[in-house]
Design a protein around this ligand. Sequence first.
Ligand code: ANZ
Length: 843
Amino acid sequence: MTEYKPQQLDKKWQQTWTASKAFEVDLDPSRPKFYALEMFAYPSGYAHVGHVRNYIIGDVMARTKRMRGYNLLHPFGWDAFGLPAENAAIKTGTHPETSTLDNIAHMKGQLQRLGISYAWSREIATCQPDYYKFNQWIFLKMFERGLAYRKRSTVNWCPSCNTVLANEQVIDGKCWRCGSTVEARELEQWFFRITEYADELLKGLDTLTEWPEKVVVMQRNWIGRSEGARITFRVADSDQTFEIFTTRIDTIYGATFGVLAPDHPLVDRFAAESADRVAFRERVARFRSLDREARLTGAIEKEGFDTGRKAINPFTNEEVPIWIANFVLAEYGTGAIMAVPAHDDRDYEFARKYNLPIRIVVSHGDQTPASADEMTTPTTNYGVLVNSGPWNGREAPAVIHDMIRDAEQRGIGKGEVQYRLKDWGISRQRYWGTPIPIIHCEKDGVVAVPYEDLPVELPKVTTFTGRGDSPLAQVAEWVNVTCPTCGGPARRETDTMDTFVDSSWYFLRFADPKNTELPFDPVPAAYWMPVDLYIGGVEHAILHLLYSRFFTRVLRDVGLVNFDEPFTRLLTQGMVLKNGAVMSKSKGNVVDPDDMLQKYGADALRLYVMFVAPPEKEVEWSDSGLEGSFRFLVRVWRIVDHWAETVGGEGLPESVMADCTDAERALRRKTHDTIRRVTTDIEERMHLNTAVSSLMELVNEIYSFSEGTAHGAPTRGEPPAGRVERPQAIAALREALDALVLMIAPFAPHTAEEMWTMLGHVDGLAAAKWPSFDPEVAKADQVEVPVQINGKVRARVTVPADASEDSLREVALSNTIVRSHTSGKTIRKVVIAKGPLVSVVVS
Ligand code: ANZ
């Protein structure tokens, strides 16, 4: 009896895999490829079992696909720039580079100890110049195409530290460091023109049939396409005008007031022209300082005031008051609206609060109140127009089209599509990120760093105070340069890029990670991409995936890739909870994978995490569950060890199998049926948990078969005694054990490798093929069919799997238990339902 010592197996096989480069791959156009990718990691320093779940899911898929004959790419890397390392530097003085590289080393060790089958030769870390050089390269391509541009925009400013704060550094409106109240400040910042691709990004969603529906919906809402009209309103007694955006021009006769966003450009002019400028400005300032987030989500009480000015509705020529209100956003549409309280919820609430007029212009027959006074809620559906002059009796949507045409002909408006999606602000006033490759020259303005001067490397800053200018601005010898155009004195851009830039194309870099001239060569990218299976947290459902889809299209237009969508299939894995809460360091409820490895080995942990729930579902961590997985592996180990010597060596010819006993046939059936189920469970459905339970059933079957042989089933410490005589039994066992070991390999690779050797195979599992099944053998000989009488299952009958309905009916009705329920009664109906199931109705 060989003892199961998983810790030794882990070490042995991890070394073997590294030495044989088992998971490294090259281009091979003769084979189908598969690219399995888990979202790369932020090197926080330590991965708990919640983090490693998605790497294990990915590894099970990768290892299965590899055994299924795919040329398989499974790389890993580090999303290594970012604020936490810089914040830590401010607190502890450790340079971000030092802490980041240390953290990477530790986490890489953790993943290696779990036996995740990564092609480590392709590892990338975004904080390295050979990677971020190409963030800069892509930035320059975007700059050339007008896709990277500068504009003024608001940042969080701490007046006491004199520094810009990231959103994460603002806690309840206060600076994370000193507690001062944070102010808003306008700065020139860089943006990527993602809105240019808005329509394409939206249409592309229709092709993502293997993404979770909820993610597609989130992306669609984020892009937020609205078709409507832009209409010009004149300000009465003035030459000023403003434009409104509406999706409901059909309601324009019901517009009883106009509303401007507090930051609308007209507001300052109205303030200047107002009788009581001071009071006017104070009210506006208060609205502007309201929490921007809350205004965007509408989670605040609607408030506003009358400017005293009037606007002229270009359809009715009526004068309506102009208000300023917090619920109108400067960022959306034109930053001004026509309010139609009878048919819009927000406008209705506002009109009721301030007692503004309400006019019904859309009728829904009987359901429409006779007058606005009787109205208790607005009616927002399309209907028949009333009180709408020449448009009375017309109906939306057709009338919308005609009213827009009318507005266009009269030169007072036009049809327009609006997106909620905004251009992507990428400037960060931080050190630990990619320097933006731009030089500011007094004479030549904004000048691109020439490609041959890339990368613009981060200078080695040694003090991090969190106060004052952005850290790069403090390094004079780095900032002061000569202008590439005129040779005169110039200054480098001191902002760095949002780290989402780094993660928007790393999956392409893995195709060609060592390229020094280009982000990647188009040929390997065309071979490996798109990613066939992408696994990650649902928290990245919007931004990361949208930005990656955007970058892919930009790189397509630059000529580097020939497809639009980077990720064919997406899996968002569920969280791991402990004591009902998401596992996290701050909650103090983390489970350290290394502790578990020391106790049970990598495979028990891997198997447990896969068995406990389907990948996309949440799981509650349980130590006893892990112990159960360990005991299962011991059980597998014992039965393999028990039979290894007997069944090892050469296989038996298929012809021997013709003459099987029932028990032998049953084992073979179980083996083949298990292969069928496990293969579809993993490959198609990704139900990794049910795949494991099928394997557990197979193990049970092998044990009971063993008990029926001369050899018996293993018990602890008992040496094998005697031999099985029948070659068919040996062959059936061998087939079952081989299949079991092969199928358990993706889940428990170290144990499987060792057992594979024990079974006499000289080449490792890397060379082994996934088992195939024979549908004929997998077919059940006999099936058990439940029999219902008046809706209650009363008996079960056993019939040949291919029995006809007639013979099934006959067997069911002649069953003694069934007869005891039917005797003396009339059988009204016998139905053979799917399943199958026999349903008898008696009275
Ligand atoms: C008049 C109207 C009447 C409207 C009606 C709706 C219903 P979506 O579909 O989300 O694009 N709106 C426009 N710009 C706005 C802004 N900057 N801040 C707040 N609200 C704004 O919504 C478009 C509608 O949202 C527009 O159509 C406008 O109200 C409002 F019965 O105009 B509507």
